[in-house]
Design a protein around this ligand. Structure first.
Ligand SMILES: Nc1ncnc2c1ncn2[C@@H]1O[C@H](COP(=O)(O)OP(=O)(O)O)[C@@H](O)[C@H]1O
Ligand SMILES: [Mg+2]
Length: 239
């Protein structure tokens, strides 16, 4: 579904992503882990079109995305959440989700129905009239997911949505991801919560200093000496 081939991103002499190649197959949940500054969010930005790579190609559903801007890519079915959650704080929860639905090109009445259905799906209907800025972190993160889902994605990129959540909220998030995946949504998930990502991902990619240094099943990744050396520090204990 998503094919990243030799993607390189340079920022004023800093090579943030260095010839990264990987694929995400339709229906999968793929994890992307690595230290701070490894280039994970930058890689997401090349998929959504916010950043153009200096080399390499990104293909989605067989199409080269090079000439497509973020709005085009959204219409093709790519959605993402932001690591630093940035809802429209002065808008209600409902209207934030409506903004997502409107980017599909739906008429307003239909977009309103999409927004209501999305809120219902994420058990946020009771919060619809609250100002986004008034929500606690866990719910602002859930709103990010709602806004992204309302665009009607086939591939959802999640950027550290479990940071700052308590264990109950993490479990709720994992349950939600599994349910959406069972309904056909494909995921690429950046996450620092290792227990969470190792539970949910079928395949894990490890990025370090812009380079993909390992790729495999969670059990193999947690035992990989190089991954332990650069990121995990020590083998993960069972949760
Ligand atoms: N827009 C930008 N301009 C310049 N440097 C950037 C920009 N975005 C990210 N970087 C740098 O690129 C590197 C990778 O950043 P990032 O992709 O945010 O890493 P991660 O998400 O893995 O923590 C870091 O050194 C960061 O400072
Ligand atoms: Mg990041």
């Amino acid at each position: 579904m998503l094919e990243v081939q030799g993607v390189t991103v340079d920022f004023d002499g800093l090579r943030a992503v260095d010839a990264a190649s990987f694929r995400v197959d339709e229906g999968c949940i793929v994890g992307l882990i690595g230290p701070n500054g490894a280039g994970k969010t930058t890689l997401f930005n090349t998929v959504t079109g916010m950043i153009r790579p200096s080399a390499g190609t990104v293909r989605f559903a067989g199409r080269d995305l090079a000439r497509l801007d973020p709005a085009d890519r959204s219409r093709l079915g790519i959605a993402r959440t932001f690591q630093i959650v940035k809802p429209f704080g002065g808008l209600s929860v409902r209207d934030n989700v409506l903004v997502g639905a409107l980017t599909r090109g739906q008429a307003v009445a239909e977009a309103r129905r999409t927004a209501e259905a999305t809120l219902e799906r994420l058990t946020m209907t009771h919060l619809a009239d609250a100002l986004a800025a008034s929500l606690p972190l866990a719910l602002r993160k859930r709103l990010e997911v709602a806004r992204a889902l309302a665009t009607g994605p086939r591939l959802l990129l999640l950027d550290e949505i479990m940071g700052g959540l308590n264990p109950t909220e993490v479990n709720e998030t994992l349950t939600l991801i599994r349910a959406l995946n069972a309904e056909g949504l494909t995921f690429l998930i950046i996450e620092h919560n290792m227990h969470a990502i190792m539970q949910i991902a079928e395949t894990v990619l490890v990025l370090n200093q812009g380079r993909l240094i390992a790729e495999g099943e969670p059990a193999a990744i947690t035992r990989d000496p190089q991954v332990i050396a650069v990121y995990l520090g020590e083998p993960l204990e069972p949760a």
